[in-house]
Design a protein around this ligand. Structure first.
Ligand code: FE
Length: 139
């Protein structure tokens, strides 16, 4: 991974075999980013994407393999208990141009990843919301 900073935005390149969520989390820790947004494209060959079932309050994850384009990677950076908290969603398209998408747990770069990270000066914490079953923004 390499990046260049332009005022409050970073252009980030992820490299082959890097895992997106882990790499991005480490990047935010090192750059001391507590609040922001992420937008990206690129290519992966393995990913775990999920759906949060609002009635059972459980995540259902699916493992996807094979060459896939990141049609869209989007999400936000906040914090929980003083730690960087990433919430990322991804849309992936395969050789047939069929897309699968959902909550991103992990994805491995097969060629390159091109992200824009925007920094917001401030911080927003999350806390577990038992009614929803998710860690939601706390204001
Ligand atoms: Fe989600």
């Amino acid at each position: 991974m390499e990046f260049k900073k332009f005022k409050d935005k970073y252009i980030v390149r992820l490299d082959k075999n890097e895992e997106i969520v882990d790499t991005l989390k480490r990047f935010c820790q090192e750059q001391k980013i507590t609040l922001g947004w992420v937008s990206g494209i690129g290519a992966v060959n393995r990913a775990t994407v999920g759906l949060f079932d609002a009635s059972s309050k459980q995540y259902y994850a699916r493992e996807l393999t094979g060459d896939m384009e990141i049609s869209s990677l989007t999400g936000n950076i906040s914090s929980m208990n003083g730690e960087v908290y990433l919430h990322l969603h991804i849309c992936l398209s395969n050789i047939e141009n069929k897309t699968y998408g959902g909550h991103l747990t992990a994805a491995y770069i097969s060629a390159t990843g091109e992200l824009v990270v925007g920094v917001i000066d401030g911080s927003v914490e999350r806390e577990f919301n038992p009614q929803v079953g998710l860690n939601t923004f706390k204001f």
